[in-house]
Design a protein around this ligand. Structure first.
Ligand code: BES
Ligand code: ZN
Length: 499
């Protein structure tokens, strides 16, 4: 999709549709533009009360004499509920509608008189357009023609040339999300640990502020990352440990580490998953893909922050060499873990990522994202991810960032008493709790064992990372959950550190 901008209505070029924005105010539609040119087109839907301006409401008007043959009246809802996310979702509805009608070009009149920062408004529109225009169709050979086409051209009317910088920002962030979506949607046999490493290595082309290091199996052995090696044993592909360093603020000592779970396929290992739970498990590297997508956006936006991204990656496959329930493996921090269930593998590889961060980088904060537990999907469903933190302010900063993105979060407790459940008869820890209850919490408590007391946030994205049906800005399957959340968190952090 190409997005252009023009200053005024007179400069607009012909498109399939023109979109006019309205608020819902005092139970009536309120035009957010000068209506003089459009009176004859908008009076019908308004006087008939067919259109009220409520959020995501649309009315289609045919305008045979106007340049664009069709006009859509778009409701943005109530002013006091307006934010960047609301804007993004509203314009996503436009894309979905126009696509379904096989249209390919849209003129959008930028809403005026909206009580919203211009940057939030433009970014909301641009992200809404790009994210909802995504489709993963590379495997549709004969059936692609049955899909709604995608939008090719959009013109935003009413912006200054300098606003193009904001459009570009929105574009970069959406590209980061779409990169993550592609990585997750791809076949697991193509999206191997080696391929993830290659994607990360290519990041060094983005900016001289980026340094990429990939540990191969030999180096992973040298680092004593026994838990990553254990999970890898059943696979015919070597594990990798990806490190992407971005130094956007070299004069500052403040640095963050973002760790993402990179299980490129989760069979469950010898504690084999039932087939109905396995068929979505190409998505088990969603956390890894999200931290990579976020790095892409952060570096391209040239944010003034120091961030290192870590992705321990391997398949959790099954075979004669598979690691075995009941055996004990030792991590790089010398903690021993009795593996009671080989399907609780995400926490094992994350333990190496967290230990590496805590021991070798000693950052100001660690953030991890992982499709960690089925229990999280049971508790919070596909709309909401669980957030845990050993610092109140850090959890709050993430919850704040999530409001702008629609990557909804709900805080769960690091309830220390449940740590009892992780006691092993023969090792320092075991990798599962005692039963099914509080499975998301016991997984988080396991991770906490590896972060020392560094400020840390854990986000279990098992539900929202991979969708069983389309939702708002997102199509079915990979949503790219976490990319915008992390990007906005770091944008806020850069802003705070300016002061
Ligand atoms: N990859 C799964 C978690 C998952 C489940 C993600 C459903 C997305 C949707 C993880 O590796 C796993 O299998 N966890 C086990 C842990 C259990 C054995 C303690 C689970 O949730 O069943
Ligand atoms: Zn598993």
């Amino acid at each position: 999709m190409k997005i252009k901008i023009v200053k005024s209505l007179n400069q607009k070029t012909k498109k399939d549709y023109l979109v006019l924005p309205f608020l819902f105010e005092k139970k009536e539609p309120k035009a957010l533009f000068n209506i003089s040119k459009f009176k004859k087109y908008i009076s019908g839907p308004i006087s008939s009360k067919d259109f009220s301006g409520k959020s995501k409401e649309m009315s289609l008007v045919y305008a045979p004499l106007s340049q664009d043959k069709r006009i859509i009246l778009l409701g943005l809802g109530e002013m006091d509920k307006m934010d960047e996310f609301q804007i993004a979702e509203s314009y996503a509805e436009i894309v979905k509608f126009v696509k379904s009608k096989k249209g390919s070009s849209i003129n959008i009149l930028i809403p005026e008189k909206l009580n919203l920062a211009k940057e939030d408004l433009i970014k909301g529109i641009v992200e809404g357009l790009y994210l909802s225009n995504y489709s993963f169709d590379k495997f549709r050979h004969f059936t692609k023609k049955d899909l709604p086409s995608s939008i090719k051209d959009v013109c935003l009317i009413g912006l200054e040339t300098k606003d193009m910088a904001i459009v570009k920002k929105g574009e970069v962030i959406a590209d980061g999300v779409n990169l993550t979506r592609d990585l997750v949607n791809n076949n697991a046999d193509d999206e191997t640990p080696q391929h993830l490493a290659k994607v990360a290595e290519d990041f060094s082309k983005i900016s001289t502020k980026i340094k990429v290091t990939v540990f191969d199996k030999k180096r992973i052995e040298k680092e004593n990352m026994g838990l990553l090696l254990a999970v890898n044993k059943g696979s015919d592909k070597d594990p990798v440990f990806i490190i992407v360093e971005y130094k956007g603020n070299p004069s500052s000592k403040d640095t963050s580490v973002i760790v993402g779970k990179g299980i490129t396929y989760d069979t469950g290992g010898l504690s084999l998953k039932p087939s109905t739970s396995m068929d979505t498990m190409k998505s088990d590297m969603s956390g890894g893909a999200a931290v990579l997508g976020a790095m892409y956006a952060i570096a391209n936006l040239d944010l003034k922050v120091n961030v290192t991204c870590i992705v321990p990656a391997t398949e959790n496959a099954i075979g004669p060499k598979s690691y075995k329930p009941g055996d004990v493996y030792v991590n790089m921090a010398n903690k021993s873990v009795e593996v009671k269930n080989t399907d609780a593998e995400g926490r094992l590889i994350l333990a190496e990522g967290l230990s590496y961060a805590a021991m070798k980088i000693k950052p100001s904060r660690i953030i991890d994202l992982a499709s960690l537990t089925g229990a999280c999907v049971v508790a919070l469903g596909e709309d909401v991810a669980a957030v845990f933190s050993n610092r109140k302010e850090l959890a709050e900063a993430f919850i704040e960032a999530s409001k702008r993105t629609g990557d909804h979060l709900w805080q769960m407790p690091l309830y220390q008493k449940y740590k009892e459940q992780l006691k092993s008869d023969i090792a320092d820890l075991k990798n599962i709790g005692s039963g099914r209850e509080a499975g998301t919490i016991t997984a988080a408590l396991f991770l906490q064992e590896f972060v020392d007391d560094i400020p840390w946030v854990h986000i279990d994205i098992a539900g929202p990372a991979f969708l069983s049906k389309p939702k708002g800005l997102h199509p079915t399957q990979a949503s790219g959950m976490g990319v915008r959340l992390l990007t906005y968190f770091f944008e806020n952090l850069a802003e705070k550190q300016k002061i």
